[in-house]
Design a protein around this ligand. Sequence first.
Ligand SMILES: *Cc1c(COP(=O)(O)O)cnc(C)c1O
Length: 484
Amino acid sequence: MSRTIFEKGASGKSGDYIHENDCPVDQEKLVIQRNTPMNLPRIGEQGVIRHFCELASRNYHIDKGIYPLGSCTMKYNPVVHEEIAGRGEFGGLHPEQDPADVQGALELMYNLQESLCEICGMDAFSLQPAAGAHGELTGMMIARAYFQDRGEERRTVLVPDSAHGTNPASVAICGFTPETIKSDSRGMIDPDLLREKVNGQTAVLMLTLPNTLGLFEKDLKEIIEIVHQAGALIYMDGANMNALMGIVRPGEAGVDIMHVNLHKTFSTPHGGGGPGSGPIGVLGHLADYLPVPRPVRKGQSYDLDFESEKSIGKIHSYYGNFNVFIKAYAYILRLGAEGLREVSENAVINANYLMNLVKKNFTVKYPGPCMHEFVASSDPLREYGVKTLDVAKRLLDLGVHAPTVYFPLIVSEALMIEPVETEKKETLDQFASLLERVATEAAEDPQVLKDAPVNTPVRRLDEVRAARNPDFRWSPDGNPAEES
Ligand SMILES: *Cc1c(COP(=O)(O)O)cnc(C)c1O
């Protein structure tokens, strides 16, 4: 571990080169002046610059190399969209401004809503949710309001075991009871099992599509019919629309509510805490329940509509994360319908190409064509005493980011791999050859994997201790700093 900036500094060192203030000071006005010096590191300007450059260079990021985290869609996001979003015309706006003065911003939000409706086949979208999971919660609140309105007491939400982990959590937070549906040997929902599970208590079937095995439900049509016949709704987790754009319009298939992740599919960097955006779309019969305010068009101009008796209300301050909307809208306009379809086609081709390379050394429990991602397993390496965790740590030593591990839970020793559409064949070949190398090492010298990582700034962390006793602050005496 390298030293903190405090340890690099020393008393006497200094970056001060501004003269002492020689203007007269009105002592009476200095009521909030500090009496004790601030505990700042004493270090010169160049020391500061080098310290932070060194930290930045240790970071692994998508601009450095492939980032194959399954379900996360860590793709390259064109920098020009950042530049557009950073323009003063957008950055200088204030959300309290009168709609008459921010027509362009309202038009952008309105058009983005309309574009998402077109892409997804939904009738109305709200851009307010700040993330995918927030979209899910909003969708569940809409379903709850809908059934309350109809005087129906439906408490259960069916969630396949191949759903994203946030799904059952959102269901529970909203006060519904999640009930798991086991996937069949294909990794999909068995319509007969679903028929047994659905009853008058069922409010929603919450589908991740493609599911977390990277598979598209083969019996989607039948599944949707079963659920609708029971008077329940279909919620689709569309976080990974980069497998479906221009190919499937979920609303046309009968999906009642869905969210998309602008920070996955639609050109917004993510990780490191956001900001994200998880717009929620509904079919016409649920449009009145969407959060307010809603950007609307009135003749030639745009306005914000706060009037909706049935609305579930506000779920975000103002309208959501506007800065993300700009990037997503720029991306959609640049690519157009054909370009978006190509994005999905490339995401699917890349995943299938990589899956076929990886299959040589790792098992793929549910083979056959996948969508944007696939789930491999390190089971074949068990005989050498090697686990998926060791494979992931060894990949770090080899200079790439590891895939998502141990998820979904229905695959043992899972490696969930999503190459995304922006990676070239050459990069996929390189990544596959690294996985092959790791598999060979496992057979020949498994200790190398168990000792990994050795090339990273820190080695294996005690994750349990980190979760139980987090220590976020450095203090000069070596003890965890007290909250102040
Ligand atoms: C990423 C993801 C989510 C959660 O999205 P957040 O923005 O992280 O809350 C939900 N479902 C699926 C399928 C995802 O890939």
